[in-house]
Design a binder for this molecule. Structure first.
Ligand SMILES: Cc1cc2nc3c(=O)[nH]c(=O)nc-3n(C[C@H](O)[C@H](O)[C@H](O)COP(=O)(O)OP(=O)(O)OC[C@H]3O[C@@H](n4cnc5c(N)ncnc54)[C@H](O)[C@@H]3O)c2cc1C
Length: 358
């Protein structure tokens, strides 16, 4: 899809925050563009579990979730937690950390590439992949947004700019360079295997022992493959912890790798855990992880909800003439409270904050 020279709203990022914002703007008549750095549908390292609250949000706002975007096993029954290397496994239902009314018990298992592409496709925004946001300048009431589209530099003009570009948000770093000093990172690394493991599919396995992870480590199944992930504190080596975790799985849980299909790395930020949100200013808004929204380690719901709040704030601002960020602060305040409650509950249950482990 080609780019027009001018939009009412430009959304950077085609994850759940971008999709939530675009959905809220759909039908309003405001011309909306979503730009995505990667080729679509893009891979996103994530367990890809639509927790019960995400399932409900998606069904309520985007419609019935099609089976084509689910992977096998289609349902995830809950968490299975190994608190230490020696402790027995504990079943922890999603409901313990997942807030909301009328929720199902089980989560849905998805590849994020399929989920996020489908979510964005359910909006009436123009969706352009291979299109990286680089920079912006304010000219009068408009932003001139510099993009790199299929390798070529170009620009578009817009009244509202929504940064939904994830943990390391370039929109946030461009608009608020000083803020970055307050952001801590949690590196994560995954390998996806063909092989065997003595852990029943259909659960999200969490390993908390400090010798295996500086955050938490997970194992889950997708389309017959075994996904192994660990995270660490910023000062630590994620590859070293990953090696220890893999050895533990081989020795204690019968992991036998036939082939490594993929390797990926990603970072989370600690903004939500430290209640250090960055919502934007004037007509520039930051939603999802770019703004700091995360419920413990679960982010799809929070990104969808804060994205929707950003889209609604734009609509309110267009009506009221007030800065969109003032409406966004009101509309996102409930989700900030939910993030706080979930983070507190997680910290109390674990006895430590997973984002700041000694
Ligand atoms: C290991 C791991 C497992 C997780 N498991 C779960 C889980 O099972 N369930 C759950 O609910 N949450 C999970 N999360 C959290 C969840 O993945 C995130 O919270 C969620 O994806 C955040 O959504 P977002 O829309 O804010 O950002 P993202 O989903 O990260 O989307 C941001 C998008 O912006 C694009 N982008 C970035 N920079 C630019 C740029 N300059 N120009 C254009 N586009 C750009 C990126 O390519 C990306 O597509 C997990 C996180 C990790 C790290």
């Amino acid at each position: 899809m080609g780019l027009k020279g001018r939009y009412d709203v430009v959304i950077v990022g085609s994850g759940p925050a971008g999709a939530g914002a675009a959905k809220a703007l759909s039908g309003s008549g405001l011309e909306t563009l979503i730009v995505e750095r990667d080729k679509l549908p893009r891979y996103k390292m994530c367990s890809g579990i639509l927790f019960p609250s995400s399932r409900k949000f998606v069904t309520d706002h985007f419609g019935e979730i099609p089976s084509e975007i689910l992977c096998s096993p289609e349902r995830t029954k809950g968490n299975r937690v190994f608190a230490t290397i020696d402790s027995p496994v504990m079943d922890v239902p999603f409901s313990v950390f997942d807030e909301g009314e009328d929720l199902e018990e089980e989560g849905f298992n998805t590849w994020r590439s399929d989920l996020d592409f489908w979510l964005c496709s359910q909006t009436d925004a123009d969706l352009v992949g291979n299109c990286r946001f680089d920079d912006f300048e304010k000219e009068g009431q408009e932003y001139v947004v510099t993009l790199r589209h299929s390798g070529a530099k170009t620009s578009v003009r817009t009244k509202y700019l929504i940064g939904a570009d994830g943990t390391l948000s370039r929109v946030r770093r461009t608009a608020f360079p000083g803020f970055e000093k307050s952001v801590g990172l949690v590196p994560n690394y995954e390998e996806i295997y063909e092989g065997e493991i003595d852990l029943e599919p259909g659960w999200l396995y969490l390993f908390m022992d400090r010798s295996l992870t500086g955050y938490f480590a997970t194992v889950f199944h997708k389309d017959g493959k075994i996904v192994v992930v660990t995270g660490v504190q910023q000062r630590e080596s994620v590859k070293e912890y990953f090696a220890a975790f893999r050895t533990h799985l081989e020795e204690k849980h019968g992991l036998a790798v036939k082939e490594t299909a993929f390797r990926h790395g990603i970072v989370l930020n600690d903004m939500s855990a430290k209640e250090n949100y960055c919502l934007g200013s004037d007509t520039l808004l930051l939603a999802g992880e770019a703004g700091g929204f995360l419920r413990g380690g679960e982010g799809i719901t929070s990104s969808l909800i804060s994205g929707k709040a950003a889209g609604e704030a734009v609509l309110e601002s267009a009506r009221s003439g007030k800065p969109a960020v003032e409406h966004f602060q009101d509309l996102a305040s409930e989700e900030i409270e939910v993030c706080k409650r979930v983070n507190t509950r997680l910290t109390e249950a674990m006895g430590f904050n997973v984002f700041i482990r000694e």
